[in-house]
Ligand binder design. Structure first.
Ligand code: GLN
Length: 570
């Protein structure tokens, strides 16, 4: 049942429903009471349930913050930046959407107030508004509505999640836009789902509905009436509270959906189905009879999670270890790798900066594999280099992603090929601008994207100026990676400014560091591997972004397998 990689989740049973749709139905997902209730997850799970009933879906995120995109936001604050095939830097919720539905997100699936306002202002400067006074209504709201309807003829359901919570000042234009949008459409084409929290008051032993009532009141004051209420709670919602919620919030009894805390997010589709969420949505659209769902894919996923045999411990040696969301997709891809091997993956976060002063050995001994993720800036890089050295010298499986690959190459250059000053131009640029390192990793100023040549300089803006999105790579036949992928042609997503310099290739290959993946023009190293190591691979791209629970990425499946083998040796 478990499939490997690259499968678009919705192509499977689409045929039953005649394929092409004419006009999408829209589901708007809003949140209330508090943030971080798992709106993204609920949206993604609902998307997967609609697919299980044979429908095609697309999910979108509308974020009220003023940054133009999350590309320049700190991972400490905002979690990871999710990169799409077409090179957009987006919110991490798009990662959930892809992992649950298998539908590759696009640049047009994520928007922020910053982007909306910047589009409006650009049009204003161009004179597109013909001298009119530019206002939130209708100019900003029109821009939002235009965004929502992009590609509406391509799918059966478009799910649009509004970031933040109802009542936020920044969110108002979005709420107003979706209100208007539903009015513009024929009746019955839009459904509103609202996610709230039912707090449990320990002292009185009660589940409180009042915050939800207030949240719905707030929504109704701006003209939106939820059709479906999804209520997060620690335990089940008693009948009495359900009735109260339905009555006071003006939703149907069956449309009060409990969302209890789950042990694994991948149980969410099954849990929401048991609670009747997909049925409530189809009822709200008056789709009857509703097509029967096929949930075998999710049953298999849950079985692999809850019936894992054994456990491996994997260290992630990184910089943003205080906030796990900073490496969200990596953590998920490792979990998928565990599912492929029917083992539980215990991830432990190790702060790379510790190794600036301390020997890594006592910190890294006992792990069955080491992963060094992507990152920016010099802080913590000496520690990452030491982690790569430890893995190489002790035959511990090592996966270096982006910066993690660059650090593995620097380690090889310094400690094996005798280039003692080896380093990255990134660190020189960042500090004094003075040259401290021999640039084994250098700033890329020009590269080929499709039929175009892209040119960049360091003085360019920080936003959106990296090598971003999907690029092909050619793998060396007979290499470890070609065996893992089962192919010599791959396509993976990128997000970086610096590249390993092929100038050093011969010297490093002589010492056994094989450049096993290259850009098709042979200029940019995409993958390196130690030929005499059981499992040591560095990749310039981000394989974690394409892994799915029902289609684990082959690199992660193989990496976890290697960890399982190490665990048997110790
Ligand atoms: N900072 C490095 C670069 O820009 C690596 C980026 C990353 O790991 N995503 O090339």
């Amino acid at each position: 049942m478990l499939r490997f990689f690259g499968r678009d989740g919705q192509s499977e049973n689409q045929a039953d429903h005649g394929g092409k749709s004419t006009m999408a139905r829209f589901i708007f997902i809003t949140g209330g009471v508090v943030s971080s209730l798992g709106k993204g997850l609920a949206s993604a799970a609902l998307g997967s349930l609609l697919q299980a009933r044979g429908y095609t879906v697309r999910l979108r995120k509308l974020d009220p913050y003023l940054n133009v995109d999350p590309g320049t936001m700190s991972p400490f604050e905002h979690g990871e930046v999710f990169v799409t095939d077409d090179g957009a830097e987006t919110d991490l919720d798009l990662g959930h959407y892809e992992r649950f539905t298998g539908v590759a997100a696009r640049n047009t699936d994520s928007v922020s107030s910053g982007r909306i306002y910047s589009n409006v202002l650009e049009k204003e400067r161009r004179g597109d508004y013909l001298g009119k006074t530019i206002q939130v209504i209708p100019h900003v709201t029109n821009e939002i509505k235009d965004f929502i309807s992009i590609g509406e003829d391509e799918v059966d359901f478009m799910l649009c999640e509004i970031g933040g919570t109802v009542g936020d000042i920044e969110g108002l234009p979005f709420f107003e836009a979706i209100r208007q949008f539903a009015q513009d459409k024929p009746r019955g084409q839009c459904v509103f789902m609202h996610l709230t929290l039912l707090p449990w008051i320990k002292a009185s032993g009660e589940l409180k509905t009042k915050p939800t009532q207030h949240s719905v009141k707030e929504l109704r004051s701006i003209g939106l009436a939820p059709d479906i209420l999804v209520c997060r709670s620690e335990g089940p919602i008693p009948q009495k509270e359900r009735e109260k919620l339905a009555l006071f919030c003006n939703v149907r009894h069956d449309a009060v959906i409990a969302a209890q805390d789950l042990k694994s997010i991948y149980e969410a589709p099954l849990a929401y189905h048991r609670e009747g969420l997909d049925q409530a949505v189809l009822d709200a659209f008056q789709i009857s009879p509703a097509p029967k769902p096929d949930l075998t894919k999710w049953e298999d996923v849950a079985d692999r999670i809850y019936n894992a045999e054994g456990e491996v411990r994997i260290a992630i040696v990184g910089k943003y270890t205080q906030l796990e969301d900073a490496y969200k997709s990596i953590a998920e891809a490792l979990t998928h790798g565990g599912m492929a091997n029917r083992v539980k993956v215990r991830i432990e976060w190790v702060d790379a900066e510790i190794f600036d002063k301390e020997d890594p050995a006592p910190h890294l001994e006992g792990y069955h594999a080491i992963l060094v993720p992507g990152g920016f800036g010099e802080r913590g890089t000496e520690g990452k280099i030491k982690a790569a050295q430890f893995a190489r010298e002790h035959n511990v499986p090592y996966l270096g992603i982006c910066l993690g690959m660059q650090m593995a190459v620097i380690e090889a250059a310094r400690n094996v090929a005798g280039i003692s000053e080896a380093g990255s131009e990134e660190f020189d640029h960042e500090s004094t601008g003075k040259k401290r390192f021999e640039p084994v990793v250098y700033h890329l100023k020009e590269w080929v994207q499709g039929n175009y040549k892209v040119k960049r300089s360091l003085s360019d803006d920080k936003g959106g100026t990296m090598r971003l999105g999907a690029y092909n790579a050619t793998l060396k036949a007979g290499s470890h990676v070609s065996e893992i992928y089962g192919s010599t042609e791959i396509e993976e997503r990128h997000r970086h400014r610096y590249e390993v310099d092929i100038k050093y290739r011969d010297k490093l290959e002589e010492k056994g560091l094989c450049f096993s993946g290259m850009s098709p023009d042979g200029r940019l190293p995409e993958i390196v591997e130690w030929s005499d190591h059981p499992w040591f691979i560095g990749v310039q791209f981000h394989p974690e972004l394409k892994s799915k629970p029902f289609a684990p990425h082959p690199l992660f499946a193989s990496f976890v397998r290697a960890a399982v083998e190490t665990s048997r040796l110790v």
